[in-house]
Design a protein around this ligand. Structure first.
Ligand SMILES: Cc1cc2nc3c(=O)[nH]c(=O)nc-3n(C[C@H](O)[C@H](O)[C@H](O)COP(=O)(O)O)c2cc1C
Length: 373
């Protein structure tokens, strides 16, 4: 269990914000997959959950306050999508505080400030990880947001990288300052801005932030540090906790291909084993659900755009069945056909054909676009 201020989460696992991916439909998929039964019908094991908190993608407070349609789409949540974090980015403390209040009024369980985004569009306006270079502004944003959130019982969290430059681990001293300003949890992506997404995540870097926060905050319950980066399976979650001492783990890209990763990681932590891989039918049902929810929430056109680009992620876990030579079949023909689809019905037909054993091939290790994100 993980507690963020007054909010008690059912597990210590969080779904990361991933701009363009972790929309309402996808968050619901991960929540649903957290309770997905074991593939083996003889199994008596019932999963007890996985996603403790899911987060929206980064939101512009100006967009929310103006009522811009795209910002409202990104901030959309539902009763089933709880508890949910809403993540804001920007550099103006007044506007960030107004945005935080907007988030509370529109269903946020937690409000998060983005201090990790390395993208020019965000950092050029002093938002995202640029806040690591202007720490007084970062602290002021945290202070103002925490102040407006406190009466509503909604905690403030900050998600940051280790620092901007590889040789300046700003998070070590900024995280304690943010806590002093009112942040109730800190998420650390164990890379610097300079690294962007290259290299491997530094468990040591995260561990040092855990220690720094532990030394600085003597409160009960302790302010949790959440580790993030390169978690691809349940064992990576356990390793992240063991190597860093973090209180929770945030999972991003790993969930795009494996939405049931939260179930697996929670089961490993609580029961000591990883449930068996879902069946092809179970995996396809998640994709079908995603398509239906996407159409419901964002309309057919956008749903199709998403299906065509996401099939490379979903496809990473399809086609693992063995062929007559004992090698996984792969799903390249499915991925290629899906990219050419025009309507939801075309998609559904392809998924049915795949379930019937067609559209296999290309081998399991066929190139998939990690760079698609
Ligand atoms: C395409 C993409 C978009 C992202 N968007 C956000 C975002 O909106 N807010 C944020 O805090 N982090 C964002 N991130 C960073 C992730 O939340 C996470 O910190 C990072 O991917 C490392 O975790 P992972 O290895 O589990 O994916 C994004 C990452 C990617 C690849």
């Amino acid at each position: 269990m993980l507690q963020i201020g007054p909010v008690k989460l059912a597990t210590n696992l969080l779904l990361a914000p991933i701009a363009g991916y972790c929309d309402l439909a996808f968050r619901l998929i991960c929540r649903h997959a957290s309770f997905m039964p074991e593939a083996d019908p003889r199994s008596t094991f019932t999963p007890t959950g996985g996603v403790g908190l899911a987060c929206t993608d980064l939101l512009s407070p100006q967009g929310l306050l103006r009522g811009s349609a795209s910002s409202l789409d990104l901030a959309r949540t539902s009763d089933e999508d709880k508890p949910v974090g809403m993540q804001l980015y920007g550099s103006d403390p007044d506007i960030m505080a107004e945005g935080a209040l907007w988030a509370v009024r529109h269903g946020a369980t937690v409000v998060d400030i983005n201090m990790g985004c390395p993208v020019d569009k965000v950092t050029k306006k002093d938002g995202g990880s640029r806040l690591l270079c202007i720490p007084d502004t970062a602290v002021e944003i945290a202070r103002r947001c925490a102040r407006v959130l406190e009466p509503h019982g909604v905690p403030l969290t900050c998600k940051m990288r280790l620092g901007w430059f590889d040789d300046a681990p700003v998070a070590l001293w900024l995280a304690p300052r943010l806590i002093d300003a009112g942040a109730q949890a800190i998420t650390v992506h164990g890379r610097t801005t300079q690294q962007k997404f290259m290299g491997v995540v530094s468990h040591e870097g995260i561990a040092r932030v855990v220690e720094a926060v532990g030394r600085a905050s003597q409160r009960t319950p302790a302010i949790p540090v959440i580790g993030n980066g390169d978690v691809r399976d349940a064992h990576d979650v356990v390793a992240m906790i063991a190597k860093t001492g973090c209180a929770g783990v945030m999972i991003g890209r790993g969930a795009l291909s494996t939405p049931w990763l939260f179930r697996d990681a929670w089961t490993l932590q609580t029961k000591g084993f990883v449930p068996s891989e879902p069946t092809t039918r179970q995996k396809l049902d998640l994709i079908r659900m995603y398509l239906d929810w996407m159409i419901e929430f964002r309309g057919e056109h956008y749903a199709m755009v998403q299906m065509r680009r996401r099939i490379s992620w979903f496809g990473k876990r399809l086609g693992r069945e063995l062929d007559y030579r004992g090698t996984p079949t792969g799903c390249k023909p499915l991925r290629e056909a899906m990219r050419g689809t025009a309507t939801p019905d075309d998609c559904r037909v392809l998924l049915d054909r795949f379930e019937a054993g067609e559209l296999r091939g290309g081998g399991y290790d066929a190139p998939v676009e990690e760079a698609a994100v």
